[in-house]
Design a protein. Structure first.
Length: 222
């Protein structure tokens, strides 16, 4: 089985959220071939936060776990840990059985997201450099500013462009980022784990949206 989760949004001091995620991760790795965390594991991240998330970083050392960067934790690119598998690209293709799947956080797949696209192309390279040289107190202020401006930069009803799977040459796309569930041919958008507990399992019977803990909820439709 493969497992996929997105938008956990762990924050310093929110021990309950971290404990919940670790409970899910510990349980799922026991029965899973591979776990893919599709971005925004952290509500924000900069180099120097490692001490705040030691338990989480330790759990990520499992060889089954693959971590993708999102728009909130893109500075994980600067994480220097050879035992944590951070996917180097913002989009990657895997095979689940005979199905060719594009994995992404989702911020590279949206349309009409002009403000974010400008930040992504021009601002992120500069921020990656500043992350290596600024003192922690300035990086914290910058991170808080980016989080507070996120709603302005990303429209609340941003959508994934039509035909994204065909355009990428894959059978289906799995992503997060929108904080709502979408399930249509060629596209699965995961709900945010932090407020729904939603995650995707994919075994021989195909993909299935599940919740942690299982509260008997019905899978929402797009």
């Amino acid at each position: 089985m493969h497992a996929f989760v997105a938008d956990v949004h762990l924050r310093p001091g929110a021990a309950g959220d971290a404990s919940r995620f670790l409970s899910w991760l510990t349980g799922i790795t026991a029965d899973t071939e591979a776990v893919y965390i599709l971005g925004d594991l952290f509500d924000y991240w900069y180099t120097g936060m490692e001490d705040r998330f030691q338990d989480v970083l330790h759990a990520l050392r499992s060889p089954q776990v693959h971590l993708m960067r999102g728009n909130r934790d893109f500075l994980l690119k600067n994480l220097s840990s050879p035992v944590i598998q951070v996917i180097p690209s913002e989009e990657t293709i895997i095979h689940v059985g005979d199905t060719r799947v594009l994995l992404a956080h989702g911020h590279t797949l949206t349309r009409a997201d002009i403000g974010f696209r400008l930040l992504h192309s021009c601002g992120w390279p500069a921020l990656e450099h500043l992350d290596r040289v600024l003192p922690k107190r300035l990086k914290l202020r910058l991170a808080r500013f980016l989080v507070s401006s996120s709603a302005t930069i990303r429209p609340s009803r941003a959508v994934i462009r039509e035909g994204v799977a065909a355009h990428a040459g894959v059978d289906t796309v799995i992503c997060g980022h929108l904080h709502r569930s979408i399930n249509r041919p060629g596209l699965i958008v995961l709900p945010a784990f932090f407020d729904t507990g939603g995650w995707l399992s994919w075994d021989a019977s195909g993909p299935k949206l599940q919740y942690f803990p299982d509260e008997g909820r019905i899978t929402p439709k797009a």
